[in-house]
Design a protein around this ligand. Sequence first.
Ligand SMILES: Nc1nc2c(ncn2[C@@H]2O[C@H](COP(=O)(O)OP(=O)(O)OP(=O)(O)O)[C@@H](O)[C@H]2O)c(=O)[nH]1
Ligand SMILES: [Mg+2]
Length: 362
Amino acid sequence: MLRAGLIGLASAGKTTLFQLLTRSPEGGVRPAGRDDATVGLARVPDHRLDRLTAMFSPRKHTPATVTFVDMASRHGAGAGTLVDVTPYRTADALLHVVRCFADDTVPHPAESVDPGRDVRTMEDELILADLGVAERRLERIEKDRRKGAWKGDTAEIDVLRRCADALEGGIPLRALELDPGDTKRLRGFQFLSAKPLLLVLNVDEADAAVPAEEALRSTGLEAFAGGPAVRALTVCAKIELEIAELEPEDAAAFLADLGLRESGLDRVIRAAYDLLGYLSFFTTGEDECRAWSIPAGTVAQEAAGEIHSDLSRGFIRAEVVAYRDLVARGSLAACRKHAEVRLEGKEYAVRDGDVINVRFAT
Ligand SMILES: Nc1nc2c(ncn2[C@@H]2O[C@H](COP(=O)(O)OP(=O)(O)OP(=O)(O)O)[C@@H](O)[C@H]2O)c(=O)[nH]1
Ligand SMILES: [Mg+2]
């Protein structure tokens, strides 16, 4: 399941956005032993699941979910930045909420609205945290080597040096081009600046529908437009949260008034999926219709493991039909008749919209 951490300076609107995203009954759980970070689930809106639910009339239907982690930033003098980076280490992506809105009643930790400066402040914080991790590891290796106690792979040293050099130069690790081996070598370090980044520009109500590229340009952040592993979008978190509390028809009308066709939740989730290359597949049945999200390239056996570890362990074959074919034919039986239900093996790369039935033996 996709897990994203909300970062940003104090009062940038992280908690407001978090509330907008996680307005589900399950939302807002505090993880055990950590009273400063809040974890919540967002339901991934997907009209295809609604359509499948209408077709199968299951007892329940379950959307895919994304986990968001929110934490307060430091307030007070010289502050604004993250209290603790630990809750973000396990995230798949970071959502950086950037204050762009003007509001005298909401103090800014640096006393002025300057998105370009704030983004750099946060980037530097991620870079510094990662540099500390890389340097400590290199020192440790060096020490062990001198004692003759190091039996590792010199490729690890090489890639860590490369990282440390980039970080010292102020370059986030997401900008490095790494081969798969190096990517794997670095995985365990959970580098923050290596994580895909979604810049959420929290704008004034009047700018709610301004395209992200334009907002990036007008805030001096054009360097981020189209950068590696970076996406941006604009949202007016406060007004969208108010709208999200309305009845759906009213909400749609208010969104349209702002010039928006989709809710903030829809836009954020779509941007996050796009950034991470996630896709959704479905399982159907009388009992439950359910959407699952996985990174693109996930093979059938791994996808089965998302559903249950037994399905992965005892995987025999996956029966797969494309959502589009299923909807066009109206039933699985009709798809079978037209040979549109395929039998795929373990290594089949699951596609967006696949409706899957895993055959397995325990
Ligand atoms: N005008 C305006 N105010 C906003 C917007 N988004 C958030 N706010 C307000 O800004 C204040 C701070 O928002 P929060 O969501 O609490 O900010 P935060 O990033 O969680 O702050 P910390 O947790 O303290 O780091 C609140 O009073 C919000 O109502 C916005 O888009 N426009
Ligand atoms: Mg907060």
